[in-house]
Design a protein around this ligand. Structure first.
Ligand code: 4AD
Ligand code: MG
Length: 436
């Protein structure tokens, strides 16, 4: 018999259907079995009544264990007291494989234990909801750019040089030479933007982050748009529209998942443009004022990059994402365009998420002068020969251009309201985790 997915059950009320899935949970009294069944698309409660089924089906009902794979035949109906909730009256149950001692039980487990069993943990309701939201976000990201005239131009993972500084590069042996896993597709985006005007890349990105924080992975997915002729203000406009679009789509299409995650959606509903814009100088004043008032421990000095506690304080002053722009050039990457009014500042922006989720977007305007870039490459002690192709972009029709990068996992953790990014990707890679 043809398989019906639980998600589509409301279209089959009163009809006999077949569901193929796994046993999520079970309760039984001598005559009735209540089976919670999942099939990847959803969960449904099935009821087996001893008197109405074959001996074999009742035997199977009694022996079936958590996460055994099963096929059930039954008739779905709406719950008498809860409209929109469906139950299945089961007439037949077969067991494909009887799972023994499933390691994740309904009792509480520590997070390290769950991470060790990530390949199984993914089956649980909460993890399922998070990854459904991730999928929705990725779809929203692609639709946003595809519908706005951007061309997807994916960038390489093996690269000859660093984009975001040399301290967190993963080195690999590439035949007879050394290569690095990409930290960002940006430099290649700058080339494709000169060919296509508006482009984006979207793929895995690597940073050998030696610190254990709740916001860092060593492998994460970044989406990066780049726009020829765009200035800093243009990409700030783009960034706020982009986040508003993503959040709007999840609110619209993933209500059920947000409910499972107990996400306060009132907070999400506020993440709509326009976002406040705050110059770095003013953010520093804000932190110094907070120090005077005893609200933050450290006295922040102008010139440094913000750490997590600084970002958290700044963003706590707003109920939507805040865009901090014009950081000191010295704390930013080599490719930043200086502010013509104050050349010690870079025309860059970090979007800091509310509720302490930290920086979700980083970007800015790119240096368009060949001389300046050559100086910066030297200052940053980067190997000039690895950048010859990049410098060509400044020799042949250089234009102002700008773009940004957003880490998908940071975005998922903001949207889902998660403490730690480790649950936002199916198999996280962190300092101390390469398995499963
Ligand atoms: O601020 P970042 O380092 O910017 C760049 O790489 C630019 N080249 C992007 C561009 O302009 N095209 O990283 C961008 C974003 C951060 O805001 C954050 O969301 C995410 O990437 N990110 C990480 N996410 C998880 N784990 C890490 N270790 C991350 N590092 C950055
Ligand atoms: Mg950054």
């Amino acid at each position: 018999m043809k398989q019906t997915y639980i998600k589509e059950i409301s279209r089959h009320l009163g009809q006999e259907i077949t569901i193929k899935g796994w046993l999520y949970n079970k309760r039984s009294s001598g005559k009735l079995g209540f089976l919670e069944i999942r099939d990847g698309s959803g969960l449904i409660q099935g009821v087996v009544s001893k008197k109405d089924v074959s001996e074999q089906t009742w035997e199977n009902t009694e022996k079936v264990t958590q996460e055994s794979s099963i096929t059930v035949i039954g008739i779905p109906r709406e719950h008498p007291k809860h409209p929109g909730v469906y139950e299945l009256d089961i007439s037949d149950l077969t067991v494909h494989q009887l799972a023994q001692d499933y390691p994740i039980t309904p009792k509480e487990h520590g997070v390290e234990y769950l991470m060790d069993h990530r390949h199984l943990w993914l089956r649980s309701r909460r993890q399922h909801a998070i990854l459904k939201v991730r999928h929705e976000i990725i779809k929203a990201v692609r639709d946003f750019f595809d519908d706005d005239g951007f061309t997807l131009c994916d960038t390489p993972i093996f690269t000859p040089a660093a984009c975001e500084g040399t301290t967190n590069l993963f080195e690999v042996q590439y035949f007879d030479e050394k290569a690095y896993l990409t930290q960002s597709g940006q430099l290649y985006n700058e080339a494709t933007a000169a060919a296509f005007g508006k482009v984006y890349c979207f793929g895995p990105t690597f940073r050998a982050e030696k610190s254990k924080t709740r916001r860092h992975l060593t492998e994460f997915w970044m989406v990066e748009p780049e726009v020829a002729y765009a200035k800093l203000d243009d990409i700030m406009d783009l960034a706020e529209k982009f986040i508003g679009h993503i959040v709007g789509r999840v609110l619209e299409n993933r209500k059920e998942e947000l409910t499972i995650l107990e996400r306060d959606t009132a907070l999400l509903e506020k993440a709509m443009p326009p976002f406040p814009r705050l110059q770095y100088d003013d953010a520093v004043k804000m932190l110094q004022q907070a120090h005077t008032e005893g609200k933050v421990e450290n006295l922040f000095e102008w010139g440094g990059d913000f750490g997590s506690p600084d970002e958290t304080y700044i963003s706590s002053q707003y109920d939507k994402p805040v865009m901090v722009h014009r950081y000191p050039a010295a704390v930013k990457a080599f490719y930043m365009e200086p502010d013509p009014q104050r050349p010690d500042l870079a025309l860059c922006v970090d979007v800091l998420a509310p509720e302490g989720y930290g920086e979700i977007i980083g970007g800015g305007e790119r240096a368009s002068s060949l001389e300046l870039l050559l100086d910066r490459i030297k200052e940053h002690e980067l190997p000039e020969e690895a950048f010859d192709w990049y410098l060509d972009l400044r020799k042949y029709g250089s234009v102002p251009h700008a773009g940004f990068g957003m880490g998908i996992e940071r975005c998922v953790s903001l949207v889902c309201g998660l403490e730690h990014v480790r649950e936002t990707i199916p198999f996280p890679r962190m300092l101390n985790r390469l398995k499963p």
